[in-house]
Design a binder for this molecule. Structure first.
Ligand code: KIV
Length: 258
């Protein structure tokens, strides 16, 4: 089925690059809205917000809560919500959970992390008229140890085959996470749907990063992240000033009182 919003925003090669950032709450999404083609409620919130060691404990309910908050700040951007690990183990549970996420949050699409074993899941969700974004390469729901993917021709062949299968299953785009430059270029050239890279080179059709990382809030700065601001310093300085002024009796003043 055609989806007008997705068709309008998601365009392949020779158009301008797709811009995607994560948001976990309204205060961020209302700033990102309109600058980003896509806002992703990523399950990275497990590590970034909840301080968990991986994304595996996050469930559908938590994703729905955060997506509802994010949705409250979104007017223009395409809103995509990650399906947490274990929420799409069977086609029936995948369809049920994807429908629930859409119904409760009003998001436009869902994202799932892919292996060769879950292509049928992409297909089943697409068949229930829910747009799907795929995700290949370093997929934190399935891989324990960080590794750059697609480093040799055998790995490239596997990734390319997987990307083609996801495309055939009806996904509208694919995140390429930490895939070697040559391989991400080849995958981007070979498939028709846009690739959105994270740590996967300039050759992807778009880029995604975790907003807390680029703002200097997460303390996580691997090579593929660029820190565009030091919000931690700005927040520290504001909190220090508040503390100083309260202790010295400068705040609150009469004007701040009733
Ligand atoms: O969970 C997430 O934030 C993601 C992006 C890093 C692509 O999947």
């Amino acid at each position: 089925m055609k989806n007008v919003k997705i068709d309008k925003i998601i365009k392949k090669k020779n158009k301008s690059k797709l811009i995607c950032l994560t948001a976990y709450s309204k205060n961020f999404s209302k700033i990102l809205d309109g600058y980003c083609d896509i806002i992703l409620v990523g399950d990275s919130l497990a590590n970034v917000l909840y301080g968990m060691k991986n994304t595996h404990q996050i469930d559908v309910e938590i994703m729905i809560r955060h997506a509802q908050s994010v949705k409250a700040g979104v007017k223009k951007s395409l809103l995509v919500v990650d399906m947490p690990k274990n929420s799409y183990l069977t086609t029936a549970s995948a369809q049920k959970n994807a429908k629930l996420i859409l119904k409760k949050t009003g998001c436009d699409a869902i994202k799932i992390e892919n292996t060769v074993k879950n292509i049928n899941i992409v297909n089943a969700i697409v068949k229930s008229n829910i747009p799907v974004m795929g995700h290949i390469g370093f997929t934190p729901q399935f891989k324990k140890k960080f590794k750059v993917e697609g480093e040799n021709s055998k790995e490239l062949k596997k990734l390319l085959n997987l990307a083609k299968k996801i495309e055939e299953a009806g996904a509208f785009s694919i995140v390429l996470e930490c895939i070697n430059k040559k391989s991400s270029k080849k995958i981007t050239q070979e498939i028709k749907i846009p690739t959105i890279g994270i740590g996967s080179s300039q050759y992807c059709d778009g880029q995604v990063l975790v907003t807390d990382d680029i703002l200097g809030l997460s303390g996580f700065y691997p090579r593929f992240v660029k820190k565009y601001a030091n919000l931690d310093q700005i927040i520290k300085s504001a909190v220090k000033n508040f503390k100083k002024e309260v202790q010295k009796g400068i705040f609150p003043k009469n004007i701040n009182s009733f």
